[in-house]
Design a protein around this ligand. Structure first.
Ligand code: AMP
Ligand code: MG
Length: 394
C-alpha cells in the first residue's frame, strides 16, 4: 500500500516552542493542563442582583441594594439578611450570596428591588461554580491535537504564551512542463495555464502548512538536475507535478535518482494517478512526484501527501468517513479508483455522495464545488447505489 510505504520512510518532525499567536492550524506536542480551577471562582453568569437563596426562598420579595460588584473586582460581602448586591456577568459571586436573580425578573425603585411574581431562587441559580469546567491535573488538550480557534482559546486560558508544536517542514512545490504559463502572462494556443502549483500550494496552506515555496521547471534534464539539486539542499519536502510518466520528456524519476533520491515506489494501481512517484533523500527529504493531470495531482495530494504530512507532524486525524453512493457507478475497474463527489442530505439528514465524474484527468473544472472524492475498490461489476466508500474531503 502506497500510504504505508510512505509513512514507513518518513521521520517525525521535531517539536518547537512557538508563540500562541502563530499556532493556528499547528499540531500540539504537549498536553495542556489548566493553570487553576476553571472558572477560577464562583462566577456570576447574568447581570442582576445576588441575594441569599434561603431568604428569597422563604418568600421575601424586597431587597435593599448594598453595593455593586463588577467583573474584575475582588468579591464584596453581602451584609444584610434582606440585602442584595448588584452584580455583572463575569463578576465574582459576593461572599454571603448564593443566587443571582436576572434584572428582567425584578423592578427597582431607588435602592429597593422588588422581585416579580414566581421568581425562583434556588441555590447557585445563574452561578457557574468554581472548577465546574476543569481542574488542574486533568489535561484539557492532548498532544497530537490540531489547534483550531477553540483549542487556541483553551491554550490561552491555561496561561501559556508559547506552546510546543511540531516544527513546520519547508516545502517546494514544483511544476514541470514546457507548456505551462503563469496566470497573468500572455498565452498561446499550444500552452496551458500552470494551475496545479496554485492548487497544491492552496491545499497545503489550508492544511496548516505555511513554509511553502514554488517553482516552475521546463522539461530539460540539465535544468531539472540543477534546480532540483538546489531545492533538495534547502527543503524538507518536494512536491512535483508532471514529468513522472513514460513520455520522452518525463525526466523526473531519472533525475531524482541521479540526485541520490531513493525511489520507494513508482506507479500505483489506481485511477487517476497511476504514474505517482515517491522517494526519500539522504537527509530524509520526502519527494513526491505527482502526475501532471490536474485531477490526478489534487487527488494524489489529498489521498497521500497531506495524510503523510499529518503523520510526520504527529497530528491526530480522523480516519476517512464512510459514505453511501447516492447514485450507481456503472463501470467497475480492475484498480482502485477515485471519484469526485458532492455530499447531499436526504429529508432525514442522512448524507450520501453524488458522483461528479470528470470527463478525464484534465477536467479539473469538475472538481470545483465538490466536497472531496471517494475511493472505490477494484471491482468487476458496477458499484450500486448505497455502496459504502471512504470519503476524502479536499
Ligand atoms: P505530464 O504528467 O507532465 O505528462 O502532464 C500530464 C498533463 O497534465 C499534460 O496535459 C500537462 O499539460 C498537464 N499539466 C502538467 N502540469 C500541469 C500544471 N502545473 N497545471 C496544469 N496542467 C498541467
Ligand atoms: Mg509534462
Amino acid at each position: 500500500m502506497a500510504r504505508e510505504a510512505i509513512d514507513a520512510r518518513l521521520t517525525p518532525s521535531p517539536a518547537e516552542l512557538r508563540p500562541l499567536s502563530e499556532c493556528i492550524g499547528q499540531t500540539l506536542r504537549q498536553d495542556v493542563y489548566p493553570e487553576r480551577d476553571n472558572p477560577p471562582f464562583d462566577r456570576v453568569c447574568m447581570d442582576g442582583i445576588a441575594v441569599r437563596s434561603e431568604v428569597a426562598g422563604k418568600g421575601v420579595r424586597h431587597f435593599a441594594i448594598e453595593a455593586v460588584q463588577a467583573a474584575g473586582a475582588p468579591a464584596l460581602t453581602l451584609v444584610g439578611t434582606e440585602g442584595a448586591i448588584e452584580v455583572m456577568t463575569g463578576a465574582m459571586l459576593p461572599h454571603g450570596a448564593d443566587c443571582v436573580i436576572p434584572l428582567e425578573e425584578y423592578d427597582v425603585a431607588g435602592s429597593i428591588v422588588s422581585l416579580k411574581d414566581k421568581v425562583s431562587a434556588e441555590p447557585y441559580r445563574n452561578v457557574q461554580r468554581r472548577g465546574s469546567d476543569s481542574r488542574p491535573g486533568v489535561p484539557m488538550l492532548r498532544a497530537g491535537t490540531r489547534l483550531g480557534a477553540p483549542e487556541i482559546a483553551v491554550v490561552a486560558s491555561a496561561g501559556l504564551a508559547r506552546v510546543s508544536v511540531s516544527r513546520q517542514p519547508s516545502f517546494m512545490v514544483i511544476s514541470t512542463g514546457d507548456e505551462l504559463i503563469e496566470p497573468g502572462q500572455p498565452i498561446a494556443d499550444h500552452q496551458i495555464r500552470r494551475s496545479n502549483a496554485y492548487a497544491v500550494v492552496a491545499a497545503l496552506r489550508e492544511h496548516g502548512f505555511g513554509k511553502v515555496g514554488d517553482d516552475h521547471i521546463p522539461d530539460s534534464e540539465t535544468i531539472l538536475q540543477d534546480r532540483l539539486g538546489r531545492h533538495l539542499a534547502e527543503k524538507d519536502v518536494l512536491i512535483l507535478s508532471g514529468g513522472v510518466s513514460k513520455g520522452r520528456f518525463d525526466f523526473v524519476p531519472k533525475v531524482l535518482k541521479s540526485l541520490g533520491i531513493d525511489e520507494v515506489f513508482h506507479q500505483v494501481a489506481q485511477r487517476p494517478g497511476m504514474p505517482m512517484w515517491f522517494g526519500v533523500g539522504p537527509r530524509g527529504q520526502a519527494v513526491f512526484g505527482l502526475p501532471g493531470n490536474p485531477v490526478a495531482t489534487l487527488i494524489c495530494l489529498i489521498r497521500y501527501v497531506v495524510p503523510a504530512m499529518s503523520a510526520m507532524m504527529a497530528t491526530r486525524v480522523d480516519p476517512p468517513e464512510p459514505i453511501a453512493l447516492a447514485s450507481p457507478i456503472k463501470r467497475g475497474r480492475p484498480t482502485a479508483s477515485f471519484v469526485p463527489v458532492s455530499i447531499q442530505y436526504d429529508a432525514q439528514g442522512v448524507p450520501s455522495a453524488l458522483p461528479r465524474m470528470p470527463s478525464g484527468s484534465g477536467d479539473f473544472l469538475a472538481l470545483a464545488g465538490t466536497h472531496g472524492f471517494i475511493e472505490l475498490p477494484p471491482r468487476a461489476d458496477a458499484h450500486p447505489q448505497g455502496f459504502m466508500a471512504d470519503l476524502y474531503r479536499w
